[in-house]
Design a binder for this molecule. Sequence first.
Ligand code: NAD
Length: 284
Amino acid sequence: MTAAILDGKSLAKKIENRLKEEIQRQIEGKKRPPGLAVLMVGDNPASAVYVRNKERACQGVGMASFGKHFPTETSQEELIGVIRQLNEDERVDGILVQLPLPDHLDAVSLLQAITPEKDADGLHPVNLGKLVRGEKGIRSCTPAGVMELLREYDIPIEGKKAVVVGRSILVGRPLALMLLEKNATVTIAHSRTKDLAAVTREADILVAAVGKPGLITAEMVKPGAVVVDVGINRVDGRLVGDVAYDEVKEVASYITPVPGGVGPMTVAMLLQNTYQSYLQRVNG
Ligand code: NAD
């Protein structure tokens, strides 16, 4: 059996085309366009690529982009000041701080400075708290993108065993909660997990969000499992995930490629979150 592809690239395109039409309609109805501000500090080359992709996608759907790039030495106070201004700026519906940040900056307090209604990345404690409580709120983009991909392909979640490898606040933890919200039986594995293969082999839905190329091999996957690869690693100038794709695709029923799987979905969810915030703001 060779796995079917969970094609994040084409689903992201579909979502972005739909957003583009909706935004066009809003503008024809004399409304302002939605606005997104992506803040980047320093010159991490991977972040620069992500930020460029986000800004391009934002313009591609007709959103206004208020992106700002700051030098590495920018102070915490200055960034908080910029975030406060953006919180008040009527043209801005979504604010995102690209992570990771230079060492002298405190990501947690910067993310807290963003007003929860404009927290396009869904990482403000209020939005994370709503996720924990199962209330409506802005969901963080990468895990939301994974859920959207599973939905598009009608992957059953209720009653299934889901294993999420990785427990970061950005991906693993919120994704585990979203799978739980859909009634999966969820296990979170991490760097201290004993016998990872025994845990992953139990999974009907296996998600790798670690950042270690080739971590998930074919013998760690239950035949017929759905495998989602969140990892992005650069190996010899090529982008690869955490899953040994060529061998795992022979065991899994569905698999996400890297690139072209979860990555584009993250961007689509960012735009969708910003558009939702916009609708709330323009429609009250
Ligand atoms: P992180 O470094 O914050 O977390 C990694 C997690 O992996 C930790 O919880 C750790 O416990 C776990 N881990 C480390 N070694 C392990 C091992 N040997 N076995 C099991 N677990 C182990 O990373 P992150 O921010 O969650 O990102 C994870 C990966 O996802 C990275 O490759 C990142 O680039 C990628 N990522 C992709 C997207 C996307 O849009 N596709 C978005 C965010 C992150």
